[in-house]
Design a protein around this ligand. Sequence first.
Ligand SMILES: O=C[C@H](O)[C@H](O)[C@H](O)COP(=O)(O)O
Length: 222
Amino acid sequence: MDAKRIAAERAVDYIQDGMIVGLGTGSTAYWAIQKLGLKVQGGLQIKAIATSVQSEELARNLGIPLVSFAEMNEIDMTIDGADEVDQELNLIKGGGGALLREKIVAAASKQFIVIVDESKLVKRLGTFPLPVEIVPFGHEVTIKKLYDLGYEPRLRKIDNETFVTDNGNYIVDGHFGDIEAPQELHNKLNLIPGVVDNGLFVNMTRRVVVGYQDGEISELEK
Ligand SMILES: O=C[C@H](O)[C@H](O)[C@H](O)COP(=O)(O)O
């Protein structure tokens, strides 16, 4: 049983006719978009806005109608994955590099539903390396400032090439140890010139759908 898939498919049950839907990014969100595509093919009337080029292409191939922020400025419901979820439903996101668009979309959403398998639930954030999106210009000094904060930043590379986000930026990943005060750290990081945003999603999530290997599903609410 694919735990990510069952969580994703359960969350899609919350989507109703007429909604504007935010589409997440990653291997869990993939299953939500697939299920939504089937529902749209079956007659569900929704419009969607994607958090990455990858999810946008997937949605387009499935026949899900897409809109942009030029056409509307509020999203009814967004469904997205996460890399870690703590007991307060704070998140680390950005393992796939989509954190900036994901945060813009989540912040514009009336409801934000997170879908994960059980392995993502943690007592405290920080085991997963925290992604920080930085602009390419002066990235060497930005990385130095992150280093001075006690972060051990590594510029993300894929096949030896620097990873570039959908927004033309770079990502650095690193550990802060246990993140005891996520809001404080979030604010501190975003104050560094050159930092666009970071993967901490603090106090944004009201519902998490968790899938388990044995086929069980649970929902956490705040
Ligand atoms: O940038 C990627 C996103 O934040 C993903 O939602 C996150 O990395 C979780 O991905 P997955 O569902 O593939 O574990």
